[in-house]
Every structure is written in C-alpha cells, then in structure tokens.
Ligand binder design. Sequence first.
Ligand code: BES
Ligand code: MN
Length: 491
Amino acid sequence: MHFYIPVLTSLEEPQNTKTFKLTYNEIDYTNQRMIMKTKLVNNALNYYLENQSELRNELLDFLRIPSISTSEAHQPDILLAADFLVKKLTQLGFEKVISFPTANHPIVYAEKMVDPQKPTVLIYGHYDVQPTDPLDEWNSPPFEPQIEGEYLYARGSSDMKGQIWASVSALQSILRTTELPVNIKYILEGEEEIGSPSLEPFLKQNKALLSCDIVINPDGGMLAPDKPTLIYALRGMAYFELRVFGPSADLHSGLFGGVVDNPANVLSRLIGGMHDELGRVTLPGFYDRVREISPEESEELSKIEIDEEVYKAITGVPALGGEVGFQPVERIGARPTLDVNGLYAGFIEKGAKTIIPAYAMAKISTRLVPDQDPEDVEKGFRAYLEENAPESVRWELDLLSGAPAYLAEAEAPGVSFFIDALKQTWGVQPFRKREGGSIPVATSMKDILGVDSIITGFGLPDDQIHSPNERMHLPTHAKGVQTLIRFFLSF
Ligand code: BES
Ligand code: MN
C-alpha cells in the first residue's frame, strides 16, 4: 500500500511511535500542508452552512418515501428509495452508480475513485425502515416529516436515512468546494430491518468491487449530544418463534378447564422460567461461552457515566431491570439478554370470552455477546423446552435469524482520523462504548472483505428508533456532517 493509516490502541492523543528529525524545509512543508488542509476544511464547512437547509429539504423528500422493508405493500416504495439514492449519488458525480437487484430489495452501489493509489473508504447504509405500528401513537404521520424545535420527526430519520444523509451532505460539501483526497464507495441496502438476507451473498460475489481499506458504518449511535462516541462492540442475535399447541380447537373453559391444559398458561410458565431471581437467562448452556468483561474494561465503561437515572428518564420506567451485578452500560453492551418481542394467544378483543385457546405463540429474541453462537443458543432453547414443557401440549421452535456478536480486536483502520474529527467537532475526548443493538453486517464485512468497521452514527438513545415518533436531533446531525467533512479531508 502506498499510504499510511495511523492505528491507535487507546484514546490518548495520537503519539508518534517514531520521532523523525525534520529539516526546516520539511517543517515548512508540513505547516503549509496543515494551513492548506484547514482552508479546505473551512471551505467545505462553510458550504455546508450555506446549503444546510437545501440539503435538509432533500432529506425530507427521502423521508417521505415509506420504504418499509418487511411490508409487501411497500415494495414499490423500496424501489423509489433506491432510485432516490441513485439519482442523488449520480448528481454528486459518483460513477458506476448501480442498483443491483436481489431476491428482495435492491442494493445500491456507487463509487468515486479519485486515485487508485489513495485509500478507499467504503460507506455502509440501509435505506429501509421499520414498520410504523402502533400508528395512532404518532403525533404526526410517520412519513410526513415535521420539524419541532431541535428535532426532525419521521420514521427512518435517525435509523438511518438521516445517517446516510450526513455522509451525503459531507461529501457534497467537499465535492463542491475542492477535490476528494480519498476514494469513496457506497453500499446501501434495503433489507437491514429484515436481517439483511441478500447482503452476505452480495459481499461474497462482489469482493473485488467492494475492496476497500476503511469501512464506515454509521448505523450505530451516540451516548448523548455532548458525548461523541465510537462503538467497538455490538451484540449478536438469535431470534425465535415459539408455538404451543393444545386442543385441536378453542374450547369452553368451563366445560374443559381443569382437564385440558391451556397453551397460553403453559407458554407463560415457560417464559416465566426463562429468567432466575438474579435476572440471568436459564436456557441450558446460555452462559457457557460468554466472554467475561475484564475489570479494566468495566472500569473504563463506568467513565461513560450513563447511570440508572438516565435510563429511567429516557424510557419512562419507574425502576430498571436486568442482571444483578453489572452496571447498565455493561448489561446493555456486554451481557446477553432474552426478551419476548410479541405474544399471541386466545381472545384479545374487547370484552370477555371464556375459552381455553388452542394455540399460543411468542416471538423471543436473545441478544448475544462474544463468544456465544446462535446455533448453540438454539440447542439450549430446545433442551429447555424438552425439559420444561409438559406432555399436555405440543410445541414448535423456529430460529428465524441468527448473527454472532461483533468485537473489534484491534482498532479499525482509519479510527484515529475519525477520533480526531470527532474531537475537533465536539471539543471533547470521544467515548468508547459497547453497543447493545446489532449490526450483523459489521461481522460479515470483517469476514468477507477483511476490514474492521468504524462503527459510528449520530443518533441518540432517545431518538425513539423502532418506536412511534422516531426523531433526529438536528444539532447533533449537523455536528455529524462536520465530523465527516473533517474525516474525509484528513487523508
Ligand atoms: N441501527 C440499528 C441498530 C442500532 C441502533 C445500533 C442503535 C446501535 C444503536 C439497526 O437498524 C437495527 O435495528 N438492527 C437490528 C438488527 C436485526 C434486525 C438483525 C436490531 O438491532 O434489532
Ligand atoms: Mn439501522
């Protein structure tokens, strides 16, 4: 390679591992280069300031497209969202802008190669969004973006059309004021919220096209508006559907209650037994491969200072739950969990109906940490059911999706530039955290393309992603754009 990407092992000020003796000419040159860079950065930042509202209006148009990936009815909107990106990237002067068809939703690829000798940054994004239900809990329609105070409300504003737009805005600000000092590739999928089924095959088939030195994945988030954050770990996932069958049809609960076991009762008992008094998951072997967090890392994470009170304020719960013996940031980032995502059984309409339902169902997800394996978790789940489900019912368990956790073993390439850009923008030292959410593509990219990701993003914990009234904090978004401008211009 013809370039040098400094690699940081801690968040200390970057230090030169070697000391060079510079001649006066070289010092002069270095200074001149610094002054030049500062000028380029300022020009791009000014461009962004001047064009901020136009760029934001374009984001509003993007947000108006209801690209819900899980909904068949919204398939045409998915195509509209992909086309929207194709048009925008073409307008920015990207080449090879291609919308690759897949078994489901297209993957948009684009590149701007300025010089093959220079490093290449691959930017990941997803243009699909979560469904909007419960719709009546939205204060304004999810696909009619509203700006209120410092917030922009719309489905996908934070997760993650707004994040895609942050990099688009940064690149436009650079491309309209100077030349890019680095090659850029985009890969934008439309299936993230349904588990990215087409992405791995696409990565495998297009390794050469996607070859890169640095990956930016802005699908993560920040700790708080004043805490610029770099994510070094993500949780994995094993997602299940558990179905419990009882009598062949719903029965009168008076005529049969007492002799026929109730699948809803059984399912509740089974779920109730999945945690012990200490908040630990009871599935056999669940913790066997959990990598314990070191005292040093635990100490480091405690500096984040996001405590119980903060989580109570964000979520509105009167008290927190979870595993005894770990601080909240550890329980979220470094410990595995099991949650019921949805439950169905029997009569759920208004009023009363006296039945023993024939059937009960639960969607159950586990969030995994290194080195848990989704298939082992499934085995443990089956063992739990074999042991605990009564003979009075029949059960079925499906693993709907599985992905291992992600932990950057070393710093991802380019991280030190990114940390500097965060630091310059926010004026404080960035925090490092383990994220509780899952971004399975980070692991796929590491395995297939061989590059660790810079996992970042300018969303906040109270952005209500996947919930009603999803929103994006505009000042944080603007700082995100500035950070990306500084990052891209640091090469
Ligand atoms: N952007 C989120 C994940 C996320 C959110 C990471 C906040 C960090 C901070 C992503 O779109 C998402 O929701 N992922 C799913 C993955 C699943 C469908 C495999 C998740 O975590 O539930
Ligand atoms: Mn996302």
